[in-house]
Design a protein around this ligand. Structure first.
Ligand code: 2NE
Length: 270
């Protein structure tokens, strides 16, 4: 595909093609483990994709065909988090997780090779996951002195069920693409050479759909699980829709025209 670079980064690629944004971790020598900078760059690209009204869907992936992401880069793990050039320890991947969760556009994980540790959590939190046959999934936290008790535990359990989620975390086994498909952890498995074609085809199908309907659905799926923050998202979308109505515009116009609003002509739906 003729992906067009949108902005140059050090540790990721950020490209677009026909309404699809692609954010790709570009550290294949480390199986695409992330540093605080990787995450900062992903976060900025995600925000740019959110603000761009021509973008309808985002692909999250890793370069090289051997790994989606192997989690936090253990060589820059310091006391209290992962350390960048400013020596400040961070777990900024948790902010990125919330961004993926709340961006009002579908995010599709395109997984080739390893999706492990914090990298596994990133695909879990995406709306859809498409895996190549060489994909391998798992959590490693209890092996390497870490854990993700947020979305990495509770949302994983919503996806695969409590027993399986506890198995994944307590045993730290690795699962192949067919295992993942069977437990509902991914939506589809394809040969590696078809991974991008299939992912783009799914994105193109999504792009044919009503963006507001997709937006409402994403926030509705989230609202059931995300408490007040989830309701805020759904309610924000309800406000957006209301602002588009003549009824809401009458309120605003009346205020600006210093007159009493006339809502009498608007239907009181059953
Ligand atoms: C992914 C896995 C199982 C692959 O094994 P293999 O044998 O295929 O590859 P290898 O040789 O281990 O990896 C290739 C190179 O990538 C580096 C390796 O050190 C190796 O480098 P060289 O020795 O060739 O120089 N590499 C791979 N993953 C890395 C990582 N995460 N950090 C730094 N370097 C890494 C195998 O590589 C593996 O088990 N990797 C570690 C997975 C892991 O434990 N990730 C961290 C989990 S904790 C986390 O992500 C986290 C969290 O729990 C909570 C909040 C935030 C983050």
């Amino acid at each position: 595909f003729p992906w067009k670079p949108i902005k140059e980064y050090k540790e990721i690629l950020f490209q677009q093609y026909n309404g699809i944004a692609k954010i790709s971790i570009n550290r294949p020598h480390k199986h695409n483990a992330f540093t605080p900078l990787t995450v900062q760059e992903m976060s900025e690209a995600m925000e740019l994709a959110r603000q761009d009204t021509s973008v309808g869907v985002i692909i999250l992936t890793g370069e090289g065909g051997k790994a989606f992401c192997s989690g936090g880069d253990q060589s820059v793990r310091g006391d209290g988090g992962y350390v960048g050039e400013d020596y400040v320890p961070r777990l900024n991947v948790l902010d990125l997780q919330r961004q993926i969760r709340t961006i009002p556009k579908p995010v599709v994980a395109m997984v080739a090779g390893w999706a492990i540790g914090g990298g596994h959590v990133l695909h879990v939190i995406c709306d859809l996951s498409i895996a190549a046959e060489n994909a391998r999934f798992g959590q490693t936290g209890p092996n390497v002195g870490s854990f993700d008790g947020g979305f990495g535990a509770s949302y994983l359990a919503r996806v695969v069920g409590q027993k399986k989620a506890r198995e994944i975390w307590f045993l730290c086994d690795q699962y192949d693409a067919q295992d993942a498909l069977q437990m509902g952890l991914v939506n589809k498995v394809v040969p590696l050479e078809e991974l991008e074609n299939t992912t783009v085809a799914w994105c193109e199908k999504i792009l044919e759909k009503s963006p507001l309907a997709l937006r409402m659905l994403k926030s509705a799926f989230n609202a059931e699980l995300d408490g007040q923050a989830g309701i805020q998202e759904l309610a924000g979308n309800a406000t957006l829709l209301y602002y588009l109505s003549d009824e809401a515009k009458e309120g605003k116009n009346a205020f600006l025209e210093k007159r009493k609003p006339d809502f009498s002509k608007f239907p009181k739906f059953p």
